[in-house]
Design a protein around this ligand. Structure first.
Ligand code: FES
Length: 169
């Protein structure tokens, strides 16, 4: 991310994370702060409150749990179920694992990027979609695979993928 993009994201984070969210995070921290090894559930619940785990929330949790921000950052970035950027209403995951890659899943990804005007890891301006590239979704027999929200689509053609995506309003 460029410095400008980071500044813009921080401003957005400050707008999104309001006092009510901080109150809820306080309650989560209060519940877990004396329990060893409870950072992951605290971060999971904080993510449920905010929808994602921006740096300001990571720092807030670190302070509340009396931990180093770098430890919290390490955990937040290690586990794939944590996201540091906002996710769209519908998360699109395109598999770039070997079985899908040889069936040209890269073309599917490029098509989505072009059509929705976004990069991997980004969210559309209307917050409807976010795009992720993943390594094997465990459905190699269906390659190439795209997952939208909880729905798995197999044998997807780049020329048809937008027809699928547009069903998600
Ligand atoms: S490589 Fe795509 S589902 Fe396994």
């Amino acid at each position: 991310m460029s410095n400008e993009a980071v500044a813009q994201q921080t401003a957005t984070d400050n707008e999104v994370i309001g006092p009510e969210m901080y109150r809820k995070i306080d309650a989560i921290i209060e519940k877990y702060k004396d329990k060893p090894g409870s950072l992951i559930p605290v971060l999971q619940q904080a993510q449920d409150v905010c929808g994602y785990l921006p740096h300001i929330v990571q720092r807030y949790v670190a302070k509340g749990m009396k931990m180093s921000p770098s430890v919290v950052f390490g955990v937040a970035t290690f586990y794939s179920f944590f996201t540091l950027v906002p996710r769209g209403k519908h998360v699109i995951r395109v598999c770039l694992g070997t079985a899908c890659y040889v069936k040209r899943s890269e073309e599917i990804l490029e098509k989505i990027k072009d059509e929705l005007d976004l990069e991997v890891g980004e969210i559309t301006r209307d917050k409807k979609y976010s795009l992720e590239a993943v390594r094997c979704l465990g459905a190699c027999g269906l390659a190439p695979v795209v997952v939208i929200g909880q729905d798995t689509y197999g044998d997807v053609a780049a020329t048809k993928v937008m027809d699928i995506i547009k069903k998600y309003e």
